[in-house]
Design a protein around this ligand. Sequence first.
Ligand SMILES: [Mg+2]
Ligand SMILES: [Zn+2]
Length: 218
Amino acid sequence: MKLSVSRVFLVGEEVARDVFNREEAGELLLSMSNTSQDLPRAVLFDRDGTLIADVPDNRDPAQVSAMPTAQDAVSLARSAGARVGVITNQAGVARGLLTSEDVATVNRRVDELFGTFDVWCVCQHAESDGCECRKPKPGMLLRAAELLGLAPADLAFVGDIGSDVAAGTAAGIRTVLVPTPVTRATEIDSAPVVAASLYEAIDGLFSSDDASQLEVRG
Ligand SMILES: [Mg+2]
Ligand SMILES: [Zn+2]
């Protein structure tokens, strides 16, 4: 495997010695992931259409189902040493279609499926409320960073539509778009980074190899 020696030494001599004493590449990669300042220290995920199938205004925990590769993707982020969070717009609350408790019930099911997330941010406003939290505004992402005690530059965010990309970009967070069949072509074309699946998105974010699977658009 390719290794950037300077990068290893960036983390300090003791760690470098420790790294070179290990024989297995897997351990080496994990060690680098846990110590490199370049890699995300937390990953935030959009909920509907990214972590779980999008069932608009869902209040039924039985209808919560993980998106393909999503559980493995969250596990991968955790095993790379990152904390994980969820950032979701739930305007159905403002519109009277579901209650805060309905949202909390569904979110608890998400925590059951994926393991408990470290941070949850939910915007329950309608678009017409003009709040600072509803994506594409960056409010929830910045709040999540604050709750995690991290700078936006230490975070990554993954979502499925253009407003996720806009929010992440506005927050100064590296953001990856994982399109679904309903994602608009213009949103895909204008996204800075696109991945074919949630797993590929996370694998790319934590890859120390330049041959990342992520498609970076200039
Ligand atoms: Mg979504
Ligand atoms: Zn809001």
